[in-house]
Design a protein around this ligand. Structure first.
Ligand code: C2E
Ligand code: MG
Ligand code: MG
Ligand code: MG
Length: 289
């Protein structure tokens, strides 16, 4: 009977699946509304020079506070936006918001914006980037675009043409989540990345003497530096992790130890102040009345 019912018949699904599918559909339309009504936000996480502890830039990260469900993780709604092809619009909005914000920062401070592999496939990307830079007045060299290894899954010339075209604009390019994807080291040699982001999964717990992650981090830092690329350790949370990545020669650090992603106003304040402050050293907050 199930077979005879054919495609598109949900009769044989468990009720929970009905529920999940319905939930998803609602989420999709809510996401469109969120974009239209300005319910999305961008927060900024400091990137810090490992030795001087000066802020060198910020990564822009999108946030969605759902009116009923509360905060929804970008790890959940970005894939959804990719599926329903809303990612180009959302991505352009993030880019524009982040560049407009970064134009207020001191001129040595950069902004990093995440790109979905889907955006990367769109031929309009380079003209969008050019237009946003022109409109916001942010110099190209202060914009860094983060792409993941997923971009190289489609092994065509388009990827390399796109990278060339973006580099020609004068922006920086970072390889995000390095080591977690479908790594083939050959693209490191072929692609002119400015920065390699060592994924949090290598950093967390790396200071444990039992952990073999230190050896992996050392190898990644060495490889990148031989190729004249800088490395940034993601997700550094503890003083031990900070000490370790420093000792392994990693020049840049990003993680809760120097600051969680923060609203634009706080990022501006920190950017002007320059040096990041360890959370433990922050003065106690005024009690709220
Ligand atoms: P990502 O680009 O690798 O961003 C780093 C993630 O690690 C962020 O999560 C950040 O909040 C988190 N993080 C930073 N430091 C620490 C730490 O010390 N400990 C821990 N536990 N986590 C830390 P978030 O903001 O939830 O973003 C998750 C992912 O969603 C991002 O990973 C990125 O892939 C994607 N994403 C976020 N914003 C955007 C966007 O505007 N466009 C696109 N295409 N993707 C985005
Ligand atoms: Mg990123
Ligand atoms: Mg990352
Ligand atoms: Mg990640």
């Amino acid at each position: 009977a199930a077979k005879a019912a054919g495609k598109g018949c949900f009769r044989f699904f468990a009720p929970e699946m009905h529920e999940a599918a319905r939930e998803r559909q609602l989420m999709e339309s809510d996401l469109r509304v969120a974009l239209e009504k300005g319910q999305l936000r961008v927060v900024y996480q400091p990137q810090v020079d490992a030795s001087s502890e000066e802020v060198t830039g910020f990564e822009a990260l999108i946030r969605w506070d759902h009116p009923e469900h509360g905060p929804v993780s970008p790890a959940v709604f970005i894939p959804l936006a990719e599926e329903i092809r809303l990612i180009d619009e959302i991505g352009e909005w993030v880019l524009r918001t982040a560049c407009a914000e970064a134009a207020n920062w001191p001129p040595h401070i950069s902004v990093a914006v995440n790109l979905s592999p889907i955006q990367f496939k769109s031929p309009a990307l380079t003209s969008t980037v050019r237009m946003v830079l022109g409109d916001t007045g942010l110099p190209a060299k202060r914009l860094e675009l983060e792409i993941t290894e997923g971009v190289f899954l489609s092994n065509d010339d388009h990827v390399h043409d796109m990278i060339r075209a973006l580099k020609d604009i004068g922006i920086k390019l970072a390889l995000d989540d390095f080591g977690t994807g479908y790594s083939s080291l050959s693209y490191l040699q072929r692609v002119p990345f400015d920065k390699i982001k060592i994924d949090r999964s290598f950093v967390n717990g790396a200071s444990d003497p039992e952990s073999r992650n230190a050896a992996l981090i050392r190898a990644m830092v060495g490889l990148a530096s031989d190729l004249k690329m800088r490395t940034i350790a993601e997700g550094v949370e503890t003083p031990e992790e900070l000490q370790l990545v420093r000792d392994l020669g990693c020049p840049l650090v990003q993680g809760y130890i120097f600051g969680k992603p923060m609203p634009a106003e706080e990022a501006l304040e920190l950017a002007k102040k320059g040096a990041a402050t360890l959370p433990a050293q922050l003065p106690p907050r005024e009690p709220r009345i």
